[in-house]
Every structure is written in C-alpha cells, then in structure tokens.
Design a protein around this ligand. Structure first.
Ligand code: HEM
Length: 235
C-alpha cells in the first residue's frame, strides 16, 4: 500500500507543484537533502522509531522504505513512455531532470539507512540474512552504482559539459535501473507474499502492474518510432 499511496501523493504533488519545482529547483533539492539527512540521522540514532505511532506507521515507511522516491522515479519513467507531442509529455519533460534529482536524493537516505544493517551483515555475517535479502542487497549495490552517474549527470550544468551523445548513452542505463528496482522489490516481497501476507500480495500486484505496463508502453513507443523511420526511408 505504501507504493500506491506514494503514487497518488506524487501525482497530486507534481500536478499542483510542477511549476514550483521548475522555478525553485535548488530550493526543492535543499529541502529534500535536509529531509534525507534527518531520516539518516534519525534511523542511525533510532530516534525516528520513538516518534508518534501515527508518524511511524504512515509517513515514515513511505519515506524510509523508498516507496515515495520510487513513485517519483515512476513519473520520470512514464514521461519517456508517453506519446511524443502529447499534453502529459509537454508538462512533464521540463521537470523530468528535477524529479529525478529529488528521487535520487531521497533514495540515498534509503540506501544509507537500510545499508547500515544489510551491507554490514552481507559482508560480516552473510548467514544471518535470508538468501532473498542477500540477493536484494547485491542488486541494490548495482542500483547504487548505476544511480550515482545518472544522478550527477541529471544536473543541467553537468549535462551541458558533456557531449550530447555520451550523455544520452549514459542515460540509457536508466532502463536497467528501472528493471533492477523491480527485481530488488520482488526479491524482497515475493517470499513474504507467499506466506499469505496480504500487504505484500497487494504490493507485488501494484509494483508489477506499474512496472510491466511501463515496459509494454516503452517497447510499443520504440516499435512505433522504428517503423516510422523505416517508412520514411522507403518513401
Ligand atoms: C538505488 C537503490 C535502491 C532503490 C531504488 C530501492 C528501492 C526500494 C523500494 C521501491 C522498496 C519497496 C518499498 C515499499 O513499497 O515498501 C525497497 C524496499 C527495501 N529496500 Fe531498497 N532500494 C535501494 C537500495 C537499497 C539498499 C542499499 C538496501 C540495503 C542493503 C535496501 C534494502 C531494502 C529493504 C530491506 C527493503 C524492504 C523494506 C520493508 O518492506 O520492510 N534497498 N527498496
């Protein structure tokens, strides 16, 4: 449910705050960085878990488990899958990089907070964590390695300093990144869903619908583009 709620909240935030994000991008990065620092400090000291039960059962899981950041990545993903020239792509394209930067900053907080236990266990006491969580942690290492260059090169100043071809080639790694997010989540959630836990069953269904629909839409857009190029070559 964290993910479904995050998607709804993100759509509302982007619909009403899209122009604000575009105009005040640095302010949004600063605010997100502060939030991420607070989450990391709070999780390392354990303070966040002592806060009000309402907060720890609603807002905190959405932020710390990365459901909210992933919902922002989903908007970034779908922007590339919508029809060129359409209203949605016109509205979202100018804030795509900003949304991506915000999602990356929030994801760093998830990495540091969860990495504290899982990375330390993975390298010092691998037997103490179940196989699926080991695999999810390994996938998360690849995720971080892909995300950092995507994050840095999303800043317009860095993008401008790069050759457009190099930038485009690097940004193609985003497809692998999205695929690995889905794998990371499935590795964690499928075993829990099989125990009959309804929350995780719903999560598996929602993540699958969102990520698989995206894959179909993106492949479809690619095929349409490819066939129109071929047609132009013939004419
Ligand atoms: C770029 C890196 C990462 C991304 C994009 C990512 C994304 C996600 C997402 C989307 C979820 C599901 C959240 C939900 O719907 O409740 C999740 C859960 C989780 N992630 Fe990550 N993650 C990343 C890195 C990491 C790292 C480095 C670790 C630790 C080694 C980690 C450990 C976990 C754990 C343990 C959960 C399950 C939380 C729970 O349900 O209790 N993740 N991650």
């Amino acid at each position: 449910m964290n993910f479904l709620i995050s998607i709804i909240v993100t759509i509302i935030l982007v619909a009403f705050g899209g122009n604000f994000i575009k105009k005040h991008d640095n302010f949004c990065y600063l605010l997100t960085t502060l939030l991420s620092i607070l989450l990391v400090i709070g999780s390392y000291t354990g303070v966040i878990w002592t806060m009000s039960p309402w907060f720890t059962s609603t807002i905190l899981p959405i932020l710390i488990k990365n459901a909210f950041a992933t919902a922002i990545f989903v908007i970034v993903m779908y922007t590339g899958a919508f029809k060129n020239g359409g209203k949605l792509i016109k509205f979202l394209m100018p804030i795509r990089a900003q949304l991506s930067i915000i999602a990356c900053i929030l994801t760093l907080a998830h990495n540091i907070s969860f990495g504290k236990y899982y990375f330390v266990s993975l390298f010092t006491a691998p037997k103490t964590i179940p196989t699926n969580m080991k695999a999810a942690a390994v996938v998360s290492i690849i995720l971080i390695v892909i995300m950092i260059p995507l994050f840095i090169t999303s800043f317009p100043s860095v993008r401008k300093s790069m050759k457009p071809k190099t930038w485009k080639k690097l940004q193609r790694n985003a497809y692998l990144f999205y695929g690995l997010i889905y794998l990371h989540v499935m590795l964690i959630m499928i075993p829990l869903a099989f125990t009959g836990n309804s929350t995780y069953i719903i999560n598996v269904v929602i993540y699958s619908i969102v990520f698989l629909t995206y894959a179909i839409m993106r492949v479809n857009k690619y095929m349409i583009k490819k066939s129109s190029v071929k047609l132009r070559q013939v004419v």
